[in-house]
Design a protein around this ligand. Structure first.
Ligand code: SF4
Length: 363
């Protein structure tokens, strides 16, 4: 079956082999654009959070490219993600589209539901093919995240503006095309060499380091965060991303499958500020802000969609962390009306503050 799926940064590079391994033909929607947001916004309830609208827009664009099925992740917990997929399915059907909707979510001990889901999703493949698809997807995800982190390090230190982004985009294209695990690993090694070469001439540059925390979708998806990481890099800031998709898969799939929780270390970091899971990445935002202060980063940026409940709760706690650790923290709220100019001005003002701190005589 031709299946489409929503974008989340560069994750499509590993979703494609995964779907192929499941015996489906992946239909990757075009990169998110204004049109994506318009399409999604037209069908969405007005007050729903920004990720919902973009994700729905991706689905519509994928269906327009010939997909007959949609895959979406589900979830449970005190935030809206748990029913996103179901609402999107209803909206797509109401718009007159006949589709198969696959919801991938942890079944919470419902054996019958698990068997039905596995049967629906994997019925058209052989186990070896599925296993190869999983391996390739995982190695690609690892390579993509490794190169993204390198780009974050190099961008503020590059001699020629745009070099890190160019290297990243060149290798992402090659990794996407790669058909074997060894080829992906070779490409990742080669890319690391190119990144290091781009930095060689300017390794000693002292640049501010900022921890990026917040709602996972807005942290990772450039359409939602107005290319925040690239903007900061170009302003001379090294971004330390505190959220990774590999980690998400480990925490939310593998650990849950064996009944383990990922919350204990987060609770320890957040101790004194927050003592329970509040849904989404709210706990992570608090914990990683504290971790960033302890790791001597120069500041923290929280990014969240308008009306995102877990992040609004976390936002209320961040000023205390900022005071306790004397750490500049800025929250950026985004929705479909966010203005690039206002966004850039706020970033520049924040970076000015950090630079003064980094270059102060006692720093
Ligand atoms: S974490 Fe926030 S943005 Fe994401 S689904 Fe929940 S409420 Fe919406």
């Amino acid at each position: 079956m031709k299946i489409t799926f929503p974008h989340l940064g560069n994750s499509y590079i590993s979703v494609e082999p995964l779907l192929e391994g499941m015996g489906h033909e992946p239909i990757t929607p075009p990169y998110g654009s204004k049109r994506t947001l318009e399409l999604g916004g037209q069908l969405s309830p007005e007050v729903i959070c920004l990720p919902f609208k973009i994700v729905l827009g991706n689905m519509l664009e994928g269906l327009d490219q010939g997909a007959t099925g949609v895959v979406m992740i589900g979830g449970w917990g005190p935030c809206r993600l748990g029913y996103y997929g179901e609402v999107q399915r209803i909206l797509l059907e109401k718009s007159g589209r006949e589709i198969e909707f696959f919801m991938l979510e942890m079944p919470r001990g419902n054996v019958e539901k698990t068997i039905r889901l596995l049967h629906q999703t994997f019925s058209c493949t052989r186990p070896q093919k599925f296993w190869r698809g999983c391996q390739l997807a995982w190695v690609k995800l690892e390579a993509v995240e490794c190169l993204e982190s390198l780009a974050l390090k190099i961008r503020p230190r590059e001699q020629t503006r745009g070099t890190a982004s160019r290297i990243l985009s060149k290798y992402l294209k090659e990794i996407r095309q790669a058909q074997g695990v060894r080829r992906v690993k070779d490409l990742a090694r080669k890319a690391q060499g190119d990144f290091l070469d781009a930095m060689k001439t300017n390794t000693g540059a002292k640049v501010p380091k900022v921890g990026l925390v917040g709602e996972i979708y807005t942290v990772i998806e450039p359409l939602a965060n107005l290319n925040l990481e690239e903007r900061l890099g170009e302003l001379g800031v090294e971004v330390v991303r505190t959220i990774s998709l590999q980690e998400w898969v480990r925490d939310h799939i593998f650990k849950k499958l064996v009944g383990r929780s990922h919350l204990a270390p987060l609770m320890r970091s957040a101790e004194g500020y927050l003592h329970s899971f509040i849904g989404g990445h709210g706990l992570e935002t608090v914990a990683h802000s504290v971790d960033s202060a302890r790791a001597n980063l120069n500041g923290v940026i929280q990014i969240l969609p308008l009306a995102c409940m877990p992040e609004i709760l976390a936002q209320g706690i961040l000023p205390q962390i900022s005071r306790d650790y004397n750490l500049p923290i800025m929250s950026l709220v985004v929705d479909e009306h966010s203005s690039e100019t206002g966004f850039q001005t706020r970033l520049e003002a924040f970076v000015d503050l950090l630079e003064r701190q980094v270059h102060a005589p006692h720093a």
